[in-house]
Design a protein around this ligand. Structure first.
Ligand code: SAH
Ligand code: SF4
Length: 376
């Protein structure tokens, strides 16, 4: 069976080349063709010997994920739904800003953590994505955007593992994908611009710091174990004190000198001024350099939860800021196409439902992307 070359970091590709009886350094050329130039035909790889190209044709392929839908928001955010087979789909979101282009990538079909406020969590767990399925999201988005914007240079400058799934519960597939993102012969992204977001898988946070330290975001959502046990069930396994010490250990090797804490603001659940003060005390006590990112909850009916009122979010932020913590309130992007955090719902079986909703909204065709020159 042909091997998908998107499944490898550079080291893995070198081992694959050796297994074909080729010199290891050929892997660098091949890796550049695949990731930097977006090639998917071996015949296009003009500086590779014909004999190698023939060998590759017989043993390998470069295959992306089929796109089920693509939607473009009025704010330039693009959401793709990719088919990963077996009735599952995952979503990838491109968020253009004036100074960067961020791609939000999925790591699993569904998620086993089951956070109460997350629609992916409500879906349950289907399966881990393979390395190639994680990388295919970046490969496709980067080369699609370059082509349709008519540019040669890199469009995606930042990656956040904040799509569907818990990346640290798919560690073995995640790490080679991260390495390909960081590799100068791959996407050449800075460690500070690749962020893994986790609900707090403590042992894997320790491994990541040694294997591939990138920026870390930790989904906190509550100042106490009682509340966090309820919102993020994984807290029962790795309670706050353990999670915070893992954050501290991570900082010894992290590319940034702070941890980003994400905090989804839920009306009447975790948004009171007392809770803000408790949160402040918690991170001070643990002595963790950190920033807070408050995410107004993106509601979905099955959650039974509501978004915090604006004034509560502002007040919460003010308390953290007054306490000396850098705090931002996340703008929601792609609202009109359901591309915001926790709204990613990738069940193909549900597709009729999804398309029904989306057809009411503005669906812009592929060609029109080229008009969005301001996207970068
Ligand atoms: N599993 C990882 C990464 C994916 S979720 C994690 O939990 O960190 C990415 C971010 O979106 C997390 O901070 C998560 O808490 C947040 N999120 C999930 N559902 C949300 C919702 N409905 N509204 C706002 N944020 C949500
Ligand atoms: Fe999984 Fe993250 Fe959603 Fe929790 S918030 S269910 S960990 S994807």
């Amino acid at each position: 069976m042909a091997v998908n070359l998107l499944d490898f970091d550079l080291e893995g590709l070198a081992a694959f080349c050796e297994s074909l009886g080729e010199k290891k350094f050929r892997a660098t050329q091949l890796f550049r063709w695949v990731h930097q130039k977006g090639a998917n035909q071996f015949d296009d790889m003009s500086d590779l010997a014909r004999s190698l190209r023939d060998k590759l044709k017989g043993n390998a392929e470069i295959t992306a994920l089929p796109v089920i839908t693509q939607h473009i928001s009025t704010d330039g955010t693009i959401k793709w739904l990719f088919d990963v087979g077996g009735g599952d789909a995952v979503e990838t979101v491109f968020i253009p800003e004036s100074d960067r282009g961020t791609l939000c990538i999925s790591s699993q079909a569904g998620c086993a953590v089951g956070c109460r406020f997350c629609s992916t969590g409500h879906q349950g767990f289907s399966r881990n994505l393979k390395t190639w399925e994680i990388l295919a999201q970046l490969w496709f988005a980067e080369h699609f955007l370059r082509k349709h914007l008519g540019v040669q240079e890199r469009v995606i400058s930042n990656v956040v593992m904040m799509g569907m799934g818990e990346p640290l519960q798919n560690y073995a597939a995640l790490v080679p994908a991260l390495r390909a993102m960081l590799d100068d012969h791959g996407y050449g992204l800075s460690r500070r611009r690749v962020t893994v977001s986790t609900s707090g898988v403590v042992p894997m946070m320790d491994r990541l710091k040694d294997d591939c330290p990138v920026a870390l975001a930790v989904s906190l959502h509550a100042p106490t174990d009682i509340l966090r046990d309820n919102l993020v069930p994984l807290n029962k396994k790795y309670p706050l004190v353990e999670l915070l010490s893992a954050c501290k250990r991570y900082l010894e090797r992290a590319p940034r000198d702070f941890i980003t804490f994400e905090y989804c603001m839920l009306d009447g659940v975790n948004d009171s001024p007392e809770q803000a003060r408790a949160l402040l005390a918690l991170v001070r006590e643990a002595d963790i350099p950190c920033k807070f990112n408050l995410i107004p909850f993106n509601p979905f009916p099955a959650s039974g939860l509501l978004r915090s009122k604006n004034n509560m979010v502002q007040e919460f932020a003010r308390i953290l800021l007054d306490g000396g913590l850098v705090t931002t309130i996340r703008k929601t992007r792609g609202d009109d196409i359901d591309a915001a955090c926790g709204q990613l719902a990738g069940d193909v079986k549900d597709r009729t439902n999804v398309s029904g909703r989306i057809s009411k909204q503005r669906t812009i065709m592929l060609q029109q992307i080229s008009e969005q020159k301001s996207i970068n």
